[in-house]
Design a protein around this ligand. Sequence first.
Ligand code: GLN
Length: 188
Amino acid sequence: MKIGVLALQGAVSEHVGYLEKGMGNLKITGEIVEVRNNYELDGLDGLIIPGGESTTLSLLMEKEGMFEKLRGVPKIFGTCAGAILLSKNILEPVNGQRSLGFLDIKISRNEYGRQLESFEAPLETKLGNLNGVFIRAPIIEKVGEGIEVLATYGERPVAVQQGNYLATTFHPELSGSTRFHEHFLKIE
Ligand code: GLN
């Protein structure tokens, strides 16, 4: 198995560590690559788009011509900014910011407001309990019919899946649990 972590910007190394641990737990052997250009997307079985700044990521991805190429990646897991990039609908996109549109969700950036800009909360998810770390997280405002909600915080979905696309508005790579990475590795 060959899994990439998009390494144009943002929180890359934690994902790599969690993937390694997840593979170990699942007894999967495989390769983990940091993806910095279009060519490194070749032959991937899956890709993680990490947190960071979605506007910057969108620009860098466009520059690399990745928007088209990412259609060929069999499965993608987006966390925080990565979730924004996977969504179909970004509320008030900045500077013509593009998204991939693979997840039928409407998402709003930086919606938790100043005081709650970053916070931690225990989450009960369909994959088990974990510590949700939210860092200038977006809010999922609306989900389409094909979306499975794996976790909510208050009324809001914070982890969603549609087929081979998975997204969390929190940072599972800081949760202390590799559940989400293991779940992603198992998606076929
Ligand atoms: N606020 C960032 C954005 O809008 C996301 C923050 C994050 O990924 N931790 O892109």
